[in-house]
Design a protein around this ligand. Structure first.
Ligand code: FES
Length: 122
């Protein structure tokens, strides 16, 4: 068996901070460029099924000591457009407990082409 590969875009078409939703699978797959690395998540929120990859790409606050916090991980957090659950784009998990996982897919760059690797081809 081998994996099926789908062309996502030329590398110039998906700049850091961009997302492209590819019509793969039942809900589509969002391919994100996070600081020059590519990550692919199913366009389906595990909470109530929103088109997750149409949410805002942002950062998050993190406590730095008991009375201070800092803005961190800018461009690495995806906020669901319906109820605001936040997911780490690099891992597909929620940033709060309990952890929920969004299905992820491998992304490959061959030459100047970004490819999404999906299910097995028999
Ligand atoms: S559907 Fe995504 S947070 Fe509710």
């Amino acid at each position: 068996m081998s994996k099926r590969r789908v062309v996502v875009a030329h590398v110039d078409e998906l700049a850091p901070g961009d997302v492209k939703i590819v019509p793969e699978g039942k809900f589509g797959v969002g391919v994100f460029n996070v600081g020059g690395e590519y990550f692919a998540l199913t366009n389906y929120c595990p909470h109530r099924g929103a088109p997750l990859c149409r949410g805002k790409v942002t950062g998050m606050t993190e406590a730095t000591d008991p009375y201070e916090c800092a803005w961190v991980r800018e461009g690495e957090i995806l906020r669901c457009p319906w109820h605001g659950w936040e997911f780490a784009i690099k891992s597909g998990t929620t940033v709060t407990e309990p952890k929920r996982q969004v299905k992820m897919y491998p992304v490959i760059v061959e030459g100047d082409t970004i490819l999404l690797e999906t299910g097995d081809v028999r």
